[in-house]
Design a protein. Sequence first.
Length: 399
Amino acid sequence: MDKAKHRIAHVITNADSFGGAQRNTLLTLTGLVRDGYEAELVCGPGGRLIEEARANGIPVRVVPDLVRQIDPVKDCRALFMLSKLFRSREYAIVHTHSTKGGVLGRLAAWLAQVPVIVHTVHGVPFEMNGDIKSRIYIGMERAMGALTDRLVCVGKELCREVGEWKIAPNEKLVTIYSGIDFSSYVAQKPALAVKGELRMEDAWPIVGCIGRLSQQKAQHYLLEAIALLKENYPNITLLLVGEGPLRPLLEKQIQAFGLSTHIRLLGQRDDVADLLQTFDIYAMSSRWEGVGRALTEAMHCARPIVATAVNGVTEVIVDGETGLCVPPHDPTALAAAINRLARDPQLAGRLAANAQRKATDLMDGRQMVLAIEELYGRLTWTDVVKPNRDPIHVGRTPD
């Protein structure tokens, strides 16, 4: 691929949190620019992604009406502005992320006759259970899939689900695992120092969870699990890192369950590597999940993990091998799994070591960028669409 002749745009709506899709987009763009590509970020206003992108030398083009919420007037204006931008900048590739950015970005790219359109499926926006909401989402994604040259899925299980929903034919589906810049996950402070700053010297076990406080992540089930465990573990502490709309409910639960000395809502933090090393157990209670970026970060940092067996999570957390899996919506099962790891340090250590090896093998950020560059090269120089072809899996696959 002639880097100088192929300008690339990555399109995403901004969010109130710097989540997995935003981090994936930033890491990809940083790698592309580092490797000499003319790659730009096209996004909505606000959010941390813009300042992080500019700090990494990535050109940013803000579309004011590209917002996360559904707004017919703003959406029409955003579609018009995106199409105008794509024509004027003459992008060779438009690569979209997130549901809203994916719909408007791909439609605008098609209207602007962009030669190559790619979309990354980071996960589904809600719990898929066959209701009218799920059917509308699948119908919309099928329509967009017809305009898309490749759909990149961040895990094989997610790729399988997308194929089952017939969002696009198999020859358009590609698996590229969402990468992590491992070099950025080096603790700057000793664990004891971090515990001292948080006044948790006597806390044990420390259970941690990182993610947006939302119905998807369902941290209220973790609170119920801690309530079940506090009698047997008087110093148990749950650290919740992140912000979001679920916070008022969590604050009410903390008071109702008498957990004010056991639960810490830390808000959005930049010292994730420091915090991770203080966790005795990483627990995730999501109702649905693509794979879960924070989950893979905890794996890389060798934390014993309890996670709900949903979507792509089961691909990386194999019960009894790389962590413990429990059903979603089940605080009793969460409590039992946390208790099991707390009582069996040998099991916890073995699972943590296995998880770290799997994350290192699958989630290397450099390998992700190289796989995306390889995909771009094939799409811009060769016709790789062949009927009756199985989904493409780029890079390593789980054992």
